[in-house]
Design a protein around this ligand. Sequence first.
Ligand code: SAM
Length: 283
Amino acid sequence: MPHQHGHTQDLDWSKMLEALTSADDIEAGVDAQIAEWLLTGRERLVYDLGCGAGGMTAALRAAAAAGARIVAVDGERALLDATRRRAEVETQLADLGAEIPIAPASADLIWASGVIHHLPDQQAVLNDLAARLAPGGLLALGEGGLHMRSLPRDLGMGEPGLEMRLDAAQDRWFTAMRRDLPGSLPMPYGWSTALHRAGLDEVTSKSFLLDLPAPLGAPAAEYVISRLRGLLERDNVIGLIGDEDRDLLRRVTDPADAVNQAVRADLFLLAVKTVHVGRRPVG
Ligand SMILES: C[S@@+](CC[C@H](N)C(=O)[O-])C[C@H]1O[C@@H](n2cnc3c(N)ncnc32)[C@H](O)[C@@H]1O
């Protein structure tokens, strides 16, 4: 059965292929650090759930032992195709809201980034994932962190602090997205508590910094601008900011506009990715 998230959440992941791919390119160095932190070299079975365009799958492939089996799972064929192009791994199409295609007590590492929060009952999914870990296996969630910053505070027009207001709009969209998910249950506590409740031990978190200072090279500058431009196409986000901010966002992302040209030298890229982990007890 095809899954519904594309319709219910106003997101079309297959259309997001380009955006996810350029994010993967920019984040490749950080993903390599995360994969090295997660893997010991002894893992034989590793899953990447909600793999997107496969950037982290490729990092896991590179950091894992040569004989390790890496399986990337997603609900979108186009993203699985992209993942296979990026990393030589097995792929599996599945709606994670309906089934977790992992045998009980089998996985040495389950990585899930930016996907659990799209599922209605997050705690139930974590409980289920914990049961699919081999004894001593690790569940790792890429969730939270800090929103990306890339613009100077004062753009020379409009009210300073556009990015903070865009963050607030995206946060309100996120709340509405969760509320409107069919069968959505609140999870009124943090990821550490959720991992403990799933029966996991050694629960901890680590954050990884993506820090590209100004002046950005052409690919990173293009990434920053097209990421902001992408917000203009998301009616459910852009409807939450005022006309003045919408106009400012249009101008700062239009290469023909003086606001865009003036800001180019100061564009930077600063973000934090947080990883929460818990281990299945051996006994
Ligand atoms: C925000 S992206 C994260 C991609 C990647 N893991 C990353 O961190 O960059 C969410 C991914 O989860 C997938 N996804 C969302 N809901 C899903 C579901 N119910 N079943 C399977 N995949 C799903 C989407 O297709 C998309 O690839």
